[in-house]
Design a protein around this ligand. Structure first.
Ligand code: GLU
Length: 384
C-alpha cells in the first residue's frame, strides 16, 4: 500500500496477536481449535474485582482521570510494592498506562535517541524489538540457551555493552521461556547497569506465577536508574481491562507521562478503580493468586512432561504460563511446524521466529487441563 509512512512499513505485526487471531478465526468458523496462542489467563477476574467495576460505574467514576492515573491507584501500587517487594515508591514515581505494553512503549520513546542500544535477552517477547526500533533504538540480542533453562548469563550481557548502550532489559519470569532468573543473575545485571551508567528495565508482569523458588525483583539493586514494568493482566487476570504501571525515578516517570498526555492520556477509569480494589483487598487477591498459581503449576507439569514424552524437547519453565517446545521433529522450520499443528492437529501455538527462538514454538498453558490433555493427544496423533 502506498501513502503510508516508512516507519509503519518497517514495523512488523505482532505475531502473538496474529497467531491468536488466526486460531480464533478458525474457531469462529466452527473448527474445534485448542488455542494455546495468546498469553491470557483462562480464569475470570476475582469476584471482588468484578464487583468493584460495577461499583465504579454506579458511583459515576467514569470520567477522565489524571493522565498518570488516579492518586488512589498509584498509592495502591506503591503499597503493593512496599508490601510484596520491599520497594519504596512515592506517588510521583508511579504511572498507570494502557497495559504493560504502553508502559514499555512510553519508556523506549522517552529514553532512546536514534542509534541508542538496548540489550535484550533472547528468546524475548515479540514486542520489545519493534517498540525499541520505533523509538529509533537498536536491539542488541543476548542469547540464552535451552540447555541452561533459558537463564541469562551476565558475562554475555557484559560482552554486549558498547558506548551506545542505553539500557538493559530483563523479563523474569520470562515470556516466552518461563525462565526465572536466580537472584545472583539479577544482581549482576543491575551491577553492570550501575557500573556503565545504564538504565535497567525490568518487566515483571509474571511476578505471581513462580512455581519453583521465589520471585525476586531486579528493581531492588539499583532503584535510581530502574524502571519496573508491571500490570494487572496476568497476575490479576485482567487482560482486557488494559491496566499496566511503571515505577521508577520521578523524572523518568514525569517524562513518560508527558508523552502519554499527548497520546492516549489516562487508562480506562473504571478499570483503574477495579485494579485499585484488586491491590488493596490484599487477602482476597492473594487467595485468588494462590489458587491460580496452583492450577498453572499442575498444568505446567502435565504439558512439559507430555511434550517431552512425545519427543518434543521442552525445558521445565520455573514461571509464567508458557512452555517452549522444540518442534524440529515436526519440521525444521518452526512456522511450518506451528502451521501444521494448527491446521492438522487444531492446536494453536506461536512459532518461535519472532521470539528469536528458531525451531521452537510457545505453548501457553493458561487453558484447562482437559484442553492440555486433548492437545497432547492431537499432537501425538500428528506425530504418529
Ligand atoms: N503478552 C501476551 C502474549 O505474549 C499477550 C499478547 C500481546 O500483547 O502480545 O501472548
Amino acid at each position: 500500500m502506498t501513502g503510508l509512512s516508512q516507519r509503519i512499513h518497517a514495523l512488523k505485526a505482532s505475531s502473538t496477536v496474529a497467531f491468536n487471531a488466526k486460531a480464533l478465526e478458525m474457531k469462529r468458523a466452527g473448527v474445534d481449535v485448542i488455542a494455546m496462542t495468546a498469553g491470557e489467563p483462562d480464569f475470570q477476574p476475582p469476584q471482588h474485582v468484578l464487583e468493584a467495576a460495577h461499583e465504579a460505574v454506579r458511583r459515576g467514576l467514569t470520567k477522565y482521570t489524571p493522565s498518570e492515573g488516579t492518586r488512589e491507584l498509584r498509592d495502591a501500587i506503591a503499597k503493593k510494592h512496599a508490601r510484596e517487594n520491599e520497594l519504596r515508591y512515592e506517588a510521583d514515581q508511579v504511572m498507570v498506562s494502557t497495559g504493560g505494553k504502553q508502559v514499555l512503549y512510553n519508556a523506549f520513546m522517552t529514553l532512546l535517541d536514534p542509534g541508542d542500544e538496548v540489550i535484550v535477552p533472547a528468546p524475548y517477547w515479540v514486542s520489545y524489538p519493534p517498540q525499541i526500533e520505533l523509538a529509533g533504538g537498536v536491539t542488541v540480542v543476548v542469547p540464552t540457551r535451552p540447555e541452561e533453562g533459558f537463564v541469562l548469563d551476565p558475562d554475555r550481557v557484559a560482552a554486549a555493552i558498547t558506548p551506545r548502550t542505553k539500557a538493559i532489559l530483563v523479563n523474569s519470569p520470562g515470556n516466552p521461556t518461563g525462565a526465572v532468573y536466580p537472584e545472583p543473575v539479577l544482581r549482576a545485571v543491575a551491577e553492570l547497569c550501575e557500573r556503565h551508567d545504564l538504565w535497567l528495565i525490568t518487566d515483571e508482569l509474571y511476578e505471581h506465577m513462580v512455581y519453583d523458588g521465589e520471585f525476586v525483583t531486579a528493581a531492588r539493586y539499583y532503584p535510581e536508574r530502574t524502571l519496573l514494568v508491571h500490570g494487572a493482566s496476568k497476575g490479576y487476570a485482567l487482560t482486557g481491562w488494559r491496566i499496566g504501571w511503571g515505577c521508577g525515578p520521578s523524572a523518568l516517570v514525569k517524562a513518560m507521562n508527558k508523552l502519554q498526555g499527548q497520546s492516549t492520556s489516562n487508562a480506562n477509569a473504571v478499570a483503574q478503580y477495579a485494579t485499585q480494589v484488586a491491590l488493596d483487598e490484599v487477602e482476597a487477591t492473594a487467595a485468588f493468586q494462590a489458587m491460580t498459581r496452583q492450577a498453572y503449576r499442575e498444568r505446567r507439569d502435565v504439558i512439559v512432561q507430555g511434550l517431552n514424552d512425545l519427543g518434543l524437547r521442552t525445558p521445565l519453565p520455573q514461571g509464567a504460563f508458557y512452555a517452549m517446545a522444540d518442534l524440529t521433529p515436526i519440521d525444521p522450520d518452526e512456522t511450518v511446524a506451528a502451521t501444521a499443528l494448527l491446521e492438522r492437529a487444531h492446536v494453536g501455538v506461536v512459532p518461535g521466529t519472532d521470539f528469536a527462538a528458531p525451531g521452537f514454538a510457545r505453548f501457553s498453558y493458561a487453558c484447562s487441563m482437559e484442553q492440555i490433555r486433548s492437545a497432547l493427544e492431537r499432537i501425538g496423533r500428528l506425530l504418529a
